[in-house]
Design a protein. Sequence first.
Length: 157
Amino acid sequence: MDSSFYIASGAIALVFGLLLAFIAWTFFRRFQKMNGLLNRAHEMTGTADGRISEVVNVRRRNRSFRWTNEYPVISYTVDSQNYTVSLDFAEKRKGHYNIGGSYRVCYIPSDPSQCIVDEFRKPMQSNRTQSIVVTVIMAFFAFNCIVSSLSYIFSAL
């Protein structure tokens, strides 16, 4: 085979590897966000009553079915200041959450925007674990694709 085949194959593998690297980076950022909140949970001594102010619908599908899930947006007030937190990791089937539902919110007294909703601490921990596992797997495949693509390209030169 001629060198143009190796260069084209290498370019395709490089693009695919960079896509996998972007996915790994996205999951890593999600892990960092969850990990940062969970590591500061011991500082969250303030509590407030939160209510579901909005339910965000998310459409999902696979080869055979389409369905709608939802996750809550919880609003709470600290020192007459309103805060909201979007709990996208707490996604459930449509109809699970009701607007106005009450939850206990734990926050850092010096920064009330940093909070954890007690009832969703376990899903946060699970989501954190899933995020780091996906990050490691995607980074491994991204690294392999990028190294393979560069070896194809350099072998053609």
